[in-house]
Structures are given as C-alpha cells and as structure tokens.
Design a protein around this ligand. Sequence first.
Ligand code: ATP
Length: 316
Amino acid sequence: MIMSEGRNRAIEVFTLTKNFKELTAVDGILFEVGAGEIFGLIGANGAGKTTTIMMLCTLIRPTSGSARICGYDIIKESKKVRESIGVVFEEPSIDIRLTGRENLDFHARMYRLPKKMREERVSEVLDLVELRDKEDLLVKDYSGGMQRRLEIARSLLNHPKVLFLDEPTIGLDVQTRRKMWDYVKKMNREEGTTLFLTTHYIDEADQICNRVGIMDHGEIKAIDRPERLKYSAGESVISLKLSTGSKEDFSRLLSELDWVKEIDESNGSFRVGISYGEKRVPEIVRLARENGFSISSISSHKVTLEDAFIRHNEGG
Ligand code: ATP
C-alpha cells in the first residue's frame, strides 16, 4: 500500500474498479491522500482519471472495490461524502445568463442556509477568487479564466474538506493558468483544503502537487513526490541516435558506465538516464568513436516529470 506519509487521510482508495461493459476504465487502483495534501493524477486521454474522480465524488458507482473520503464510505455514506467535497469538472456548468453573484446565490440555496449567511458565504468565496468587483457582471461577459474561477468559488460554498478539480486549467492561456494555480494553492494554504486534481500539463503537476500518481490504462503505475518520480532513473537524460554499429553492443558499452542509470532503445534511438556530472555527452561521443560506433545526433536535458511519465507509459 502506498501511504501518504503518516498524516490524517482525506482519501483512501481500496482496489477501486470500474468496468463499462467489457472495458475496464479503472483497474483495481489503491492509494491514499493525506489531509491538506495537493495530489495530482496525470495520464493520457482515456487513462481513467475522470472515471476515478466520478467514483470518488459518488457520481458513478464502482464495479468493485471501495473508497473513503474523510472517513466516509463512498457507497454506504454517499450523503456525508457529498457534504465533505467540492467538484469542478472540465465542462463548464455555470449559467452564463446570470451574474456571478446570482450563480453563486442560486447554488447556495441548495445548502438551505439562511439569507444572511448565504450572502456572507457568497461574498467570502468571491473574495477568495478575487471576483468581488465583477459580481454583478453577467457571466457571459467574463473571460474564460474568470468563469473557471467562478466555478471554483461555487465549489467552495460548502467549505469542502476535499476539492476535486478535473482539468481545471484546460483551454486557458499560460498567464491565466498560472493565476488559477495561485488561487488553488491559496485555498490549500488558507483553508487547509485537500486538493485532488487531474491535469494534462505535466510541468504544472510538477510545480503544484506534493505527490503525483501516473495513471495508464486504468492502473496507477507510479505514485510519489514529483522529484522522486523524476530522479528515480537519473537526474539527466541523454538522447542520441546511432547511425552505425550494433545497438545491443552499444547498450552493453553504456551499461558498463557507473553513472548510467537506465537505457531505453527504440529503432536506434537511445534515451539514457544518467546521474549528474559534467562532460557526459563528449564522454559518450569519445567512447562511441573508440569502439567503432557512430552517433548521428546527441543532446542532453535535465530530467522532467514528463520523462518519468513517458517511462511509465511505455510499460516501465
Ligand atoms: P481524458 O484525459 O481524456 O479526460 P480520462 O483519463 O479522464 O481521459 P476517462 O474519461 O476516465 O479517462 O475514460 C476512461 C475510459 O473509460 C475511456 O476509454 C473512456 O472511453 C471510457 N468511458 C468513460 N466513461 C464511459 C461511459 N460512461 N461509458 C463507456 N465508456 C466510458
């Protein structure tokens, strides 16, 4: 079991599975998220991220397995789960014909709060996402980023302990995305909200999340702090293409170097995970030349979370 470093658990998932007819969208996943953590799930299209969130939010029923949110069972105590969470989905669901405040007030009525408290709560979440000065503007006149912030404000009306964000920044420009993450981090810091998010932008997951899970074909292939995921196979990657010489012999030659941590080869293209050190590229070029190999291109870069993602998606 992959533990979340000894804190109270906000999310506990036990071999959770969802089948859609013969397709297994989520395949027996097992993990925990600690209270106050920012946890990110990354994966290609169709990996099973949204299906996972839908089950944890009690919107669809698992085929087997179970999960607890703030200690409440997603099947037997679904009402308690819903009271503890907020959700923001990729597809916008606010009413663009109403103003920002009207949208929130409409939603707050569902919690049956007295009028005064409702007004206070709406003002508070508008402040949090810095939309107070736009509260009387029709949402159709909001920018994409403002609309997304309003959705987040709405999901916070019930002071959720856990907030699920499915692709909250998709389709937003770089500056707006950065701003969005600032709000999200502020919420986590100031309200102690546990955040469970999915994103296609792997570099963002790297910067924002305390821990990241890599999901592929319904399974969680790896889960850890971003830097541990990144550096488990070296701190830099050398990419090179071999033009002459046996690929197997070249692999063997590389594997004898103590600073080479991992070698992946496909059609003569090598990705070599290495530990830090200067002049690794010229060293490989020299070694290749001395042993009768020729390299047509070679470059190196510091390992990114994307490298870890590619490695795990290639069945590593
Ligand atoms: P994306 O990044 O594109 O949002 P995802 O990781 O969120 O992808 P899911 O939406 O969870 O992936 O989908 C996982 C798999 O389950 C996909 O193959 C999808 O087609 C399938 N799937 C999802 N919902 C249903 C459904 N209601 N009926 C049948 N198949 C479904």
